[in-house]
Design a protein around this ligand. Structure first.
Ligand SMILES: C[S@@+](CC[C@H](N)C(=O)[O-])C[C@H]1O[C@@H](n2cnc3c(N)ncnc32)[C@H](O)[C@@H]1O
Length: 218
């Protein structure tokens, strides 16, 4: 909590900035520095925050980043207290890398999956692998976003919660990142009609390696 002139300002679940959400998670959960970012990319998350102790990515952009898939990481079990995971979220099809300039913009920038099954396998595999690496009570921070694919809404953040509980995590907290602007694919040529709300938010799950304290059975 932040000390203000009027007392304590509680940490809130919403923000317009990645930085603020990660900083708030670190403050609330006493993380001085993450033990690992397993989808480091260019490290945009850490521009104004302490760098994680270990950095890895399937496609490392620099020499100091370990090349590894997040579902098969070269670290010992029960050794970490905090891990950041910010995987791709777009279902882009088999050939998105070869698509014309102006197509598959988000996937080309952040990578993507050929289909929803590939996304599920990667997310589930990483939940299991990070669970192996975390000490009891350790935290996985998992950024995710819902997507429309083949004309249907896919509520990925619900799937992440279900998978996480199945692996043994306790869904401890959820932060929502809002966006004022989004890359616009409604350019009047490709899409003529709108069928679902345009998403201007994504999520940061805080998943704890701990027994689930809420009974979600029904
Ligand atoms: C959304 S970007 C992460 C951006 C990063 N948080 C930053 O601050 O710059 C997703 C990253 O996940 C990586 N990635 C995709 N599949 C992966 C896998 N199986 N294992 C590890 N990293 C993967 C991509 O190479 C990409 O760098």
């Amino acid at each position: 909590m932040e000390n203000t002139l009027f007392g304590f300002q509680p940490i809130t679940s919403i923000s317009f900035s990645n930085d603020e959400i990660i900083k708030n998670i670190m403050l609330l959960y006493n993380i001085e520095r993450f033990d690992l970012d397993c989808t480091y990319s260019i490290g945009h998350f850490w521009k104004n925050l302490p760098q994680p102790k270990n950095k890895s990515d399937l496609l490392p952009k620099r020499k100091d980043i370990i090349e590894a898939s997040s579902d098969n990481l070269p670290f010992k079990k029960d050794t970490m207290k905090s891990i950041m995971f910010d995987p791709p979220f777009v279902i882009a099809g088999q050939t998105y890398k070869d698509n014309d300039k102006g197509s598959s913009i988000i996937a080309k920038r952040f990578e993507g999956y050929k289909d929803f099954n590939e996304l599920k396998n990667h997310y589930y595999g990483t939940l299991k692998e990070t669970y192996r690496l975390l000490q009891n009570g350790g935290l996985l921070v998992f950024k995710c976003q819902d997507v429309v694919s083949s004309g249907k809404n896919h509520f990925t953040h619900c799937l992440v919660m279900e998978m996480a509980m199945q692996v043994g995590y306790y869904p401890k907290d959820l932060f929502i990142l809002m966006a004022k602007n989004r890359i616009n694919s409604f350019n009047g040529e490709k899409w003529k009609n709108q069928y679902h709300a345009r998403k201007h938010h994504s999520y940061f799950w805080v998943l704890k390696k701990d027994k689930c304290k809420v009974n979600y059975d029904f």
